[in-house]
Design a protein around this ligand. Sequence first.
Ligand code: CMP
Length: 184
Amino acid sequence: MKNMEESILVIVKPDGMVKGLAGYVLTRFEATGLRMVAARMAKVTRELAEAHYHHLREKPFYEELIRFIMGEFDNNQDNVLAFAFVGESAVKKARAIAGATNPEEADYRTIRGSLGRVTTKGIFENVVHVSSDPIEGEREIKLWFWPEELTVELFPSKLAGNRKVWVEPGGPKTRTGPWPEEYK
Ligand code: CMP
């Protein structure tokens, strides 16, 4: 990764998958000129969902958020498509095409503004997840990908047995809190 470059995780969420929007989302992200360095279909277990949204665990919508990303509101579609992108101002560029978190507040030309909705139960069906900043981007990419699944060496890794692992693992560490015991 060059100076000034940022890396981010993008996920086509279960609502995007059931609506057949994976290809469209990728097309929009490709148009940003950011470099795609990883892509994988992922089965979202509760463990992965909880680690991913660890920083939101105190929020009133947390449990719904976990069940949503596990596909429980979308016909149990627990397969999502995850991408890692790298480039200058990646967060800004990605968030500009994704739109505001709340689809009803998102510009209608964005992915969330044109294709997302808030359900009558108040759940945000917002089609994509995009890392909120470069620190979260690094944490999330490390959580969703093994080092060998990336086409470039974004972050330091080391050999453990016969596979590479991240030197600083991508657990639910955030800027605002310490690593929980189980992820140290
Ligand atoms: P995402 O980009 O995956 O990151 C956190 C998610 O929390 C966000 O998208 C929304 O789906 C969800 N979220 C954030 N704020 C709210 C809210 N006020 N009510 C319900 N869900 C929310």
